[in-house]
Design a protein around this ligand. Structure first.
Ligand SMILES: *Cc1c(COP(=O)(O)O)cnc(C)c1O
Length: 397
């Protein structure tokens, strides 16, 4: 029997395909009772049999069996040595930026998740960590931003919300040359479609609130470290010191979500492609940002490094009136922040996800008041399209 409590003592299930690994996790079953569903170990602390003897679990902030199963499962799926589960994607990214020292410099994608702007600007700025935003789909911009202090290249790809694609391997090569870490926020595609560690990245982060959990029912984050023991230890100490670990019930929800990740991602992807094509044919739609279009400027990179396009689409419409019609008129589709769940959600980035993105950056990027983002769910795609059609074109009412 594998040691329940030892982080590293798990079978990586190398012989299994991704879908099977996602279903069966690390230990899969609970070793003492054989429970097929890993139980929710709702306990704060663990009893010791005698001095100097423990089950390996002491206190749930440090390690909890349900959370550990999730952490190991994510290490398996992303291909790293160790995973960590946080109370949110923000907490996960906070832990990663905490690896930096005063004086260090970090380069980030210019249309990164709005909350990440806040972390580097408001939180770490005052500790003397500097940053530069660049269009990471343009490698010359990445190279030009490098300074002798650059210690981290933080990549989100595809980007949120402009759907630009960065070449992970090329960026990791630049980082290696200058002795910096490559971190990839893999929230949008998940390891089912994209494996940053295999492409040369050192660390992967997730808002597992999104596709990994997949049901819009809890907030959580993940960090997976590829092979550096020291970094893994620092992340462990961070979680232990900051107390930003994921609770047992929420760990279980994410584990349960992961079991169906592959089938959900396939359906998200299939539906998004149809919705993107439909949107493109609409007179009121001016531009559609979708990585699965063959004429997307980064299509070659997408084909090279991912095995699917995911479920995210952004688009601009002809007027603010149309924006209001859509957001008010949708019925099955919900006007709500977030993404990656079974339900189709439509978001207005200007005042929601990207409220904190500096105005000048928003304008340069094209996040205007006619801009919408959609997370295409796994409903019947005909219903998604009919709903959009009714809301936007006032038909079939
Ligand atoms: C949502 C999101 C985050 C933040 O995660 P929370 O779980 O909301 O804290 C970070 N990165 C990306 C790409 C996201 O979509």
């Amino acid at each position: 029997m594998k040691n329940f409590s030892n982080y590293r003592d798990f079978d990586t299930k190398e012989n299994l395909h991704f879908e099977s690994k996602a279903v069966h996790g690390a230990l899969g079953t609970e070793p003492l009772t054989g429970a097929v569903s890993m139980p929710i170990f709702q306990t704060a602390t663990f009893r010791h049999p005698e001095l100097g003897n423990s089950t390996g679990f002491d206190y749930s902030r440090l390690k909890n069996p349900t959370r550990l199963e999730l952490e190991r499962t994510m290490a398996i799926l992303e291909g790293g040595i160790e995973g960590f589960a946080f109370s949110s994607g923000q907490a996960a990214n906070m832990a990663v930026f905490s690896l930096l020292e005063p004086g260090d410099h970090v380069i980030l994608s210019d249309d990164i998740y709005g909350g990440t702007f806040r972390i580097v600007g408001d939180v770490f700025g005052k500790y003397g960590i500097t940053h530069t935003y660049v269009d990471m789909s343009k490698l010359d911009q990445v190279r030009a931003a490098v300074t002798p202090q650059t210690k981290m290249l933080f990549v989100e790809t595809p980007t949120n919300p402009m759907m630009k694609v960065a070449d992970i391997r090329a960026i990791a090569d630049i980082a290696k040359e200058i002795g910096a870490l490559t971190v990839v926020d893999n929230t949008f595609l998940t390891p089912y479609f994209q494996k940053p560690l295999a492409l040369g990245a050192d660390i992967v982060t997730h808002s597992s609130t999104k596709y990994l959990g997949g049901h819009n029912d809890t907030i959580s984050g993940i960090v997976v470290v590829k092979d550096d023991e020291e970094i893994a230890h620092k992340i462990y100490v961070h979680i232990k010191s900051h107390g930003s670990q994921l609770a047992p019930l929420d760990s279980w929800l994410i584990l349960r979500g992961i079991k169906t990740l592959a089938v959900r991602m396939d359906r998200h992807s299939e539906n998004a492609k149809k919705v993107a094509e439909w949107l493109r044919a609409q007179p009121k739609v001016k531009q559609v940002y979708y990585v699965g279009f063959e004429d997307h400027k980064d299509y070659a990179v997408t084909k090279k490094q991912t095995s699917g396009f995911g479920g995210m689409i952004s688009f601009t419409v002809d007027s603010f009136e149309t924006v209001k019609d859509i957001l008010k008129g949708v019925d099955m589709i919900m006007f709500a922040e977030s993404l990656g769940g079974t339900e189709t959600l439509i978001t207005y980035p200007t005042t929601q996800t990207h409220e904190d993105t500096p105005k000048d950056i928003k304008e340069t990027l094209g996040i205007t008041d006619c801009f919408l983002r959609m997370s295409v769910g796994i409903e019947n795609v005909d219903d998604i399209i009919a709903d959009l059609d009714r809301a936007m074109n006032g038909q079939n009412v």
